[in-house]
Structures are given as C-alpha cells and as structure tokens.
Design a protein around this ligand. Sequence first.
Ligand code: SF4
Length: 203
Amino acid sequence: MSQNTEKLQIIEREIRKCEKCSLCKTALQAVPGEGSSTAKVVFIGEAPGATEDKTGRPFVGRAGNLLEKLLEKINLSREEVWIGNIIKHRPPKNRDPLPEEIKACRGYLENQLAVIKPSLIVTLGRFAMNHFYPEGKITKDHGKLIKLHNFNVFPVYHPAAALRNRSFAEALAKDFLNIPNVLTELSKNEKSTNNTMMAKPLL
Ligand code: SF4
C-alpha cells in the first residue's frame, strides 16, 4: 500500500468517528471520498445525498451515473481520479450545510487534498465552487480555469442540476470535454517551471 493511501486511510478513520457537528447523528454513515491517492484531477461536490448515505460512497446515485458517463467521454475512470465532498455526512433531507458544519468539516478535505496534491480541482456545483472561490458565480465562471494561490480550480455545474435542466446539461458536457486540455496546459506549465528552476545557475 502506498504512503498516500495509508495517509488517506488515517483521515478516513478520523472522519468515520467524527462528532464535530450534529450531522453524524442524523446520517447513516460517513462518506469520506474515494479514488486514486495520487490523482491529477479531483472532483468535489457539496455533501452526500440519500444513495451516498446508504452506500458510504460519493456520487453513486443518478448524478453519480452521469458523472461516470462524463468521465468516460474524457477517457477517465473513477479509479483514476479522486471524488469527494466538502461535507462528509449527509445533511437531513439534503438541506444546505450550515456555516458551523462547513467550518467543522473543512479540515478533512484540506488534509485529503494535501495528501493527493492534485493538479486540478473540478468543483461540481455552486456550493463547491464558492468553498474555494467565494466571489465566483457559477453561471459566469463555469468552464474557466481559476488559479488560486494553492489550487487550480475548474468549476462546472453539478450533475444533479444537469439532470434537471437541459442547458446546464449541455454546459456541463462542454466543460467536461475541456478538462483534458486544461490538464495538458497545467502539465506544460509545471514542466516549464521545473525546467526554469533546474536551469538556474548555482550561486
Ligand atoms: S459532517 Fe464533517 S464535521 Fe460533521 S460530523 Fe461529519 S465529518 Fe464531522
């Protein structure tokens, strides 16, 4: 087992016994997230829904099926990426998470991202985008690469919203097709930064 996988499992165990907010009392189980511990791209949603709560896995309901189909279109599988949520226990009746719940839970995702170190974070929906980029507007900023000081964020519509609205579905499909180009650009930039560092004369 790789060191990264071990580190993620330690965080997962902490999440499963967490009682920092009351969501653990109403949810059936925690949904810590899953996928590659060295993923180049991670997909982050808001919080588990009913199917996720039952199975303990992220994005496995109808929205999850759509996410998998979109991943297939860009030649990625669930195993190659990492998928998770900002909130790890399901809010009752899928209500919006409260500010104190977000505050209590945020350290877990931060720690998971610190282990995985993805090149790109694809945020699914308005809530996840605003977690990283509070001033963003999903209608205006979806499909744009946003370079923050510690993360590269690519907001797209939530698959659940796409299931309800045809124009969101079209925008989501189009933005997804652009993810490979964004990853290529980011990897070129990473390489050129590394080369520049290597080319620096020794003083
Ligand atoms: S939602 Fe997050 S903070 Fe609240 S109990 Fe679950 S893991 Fe802990």
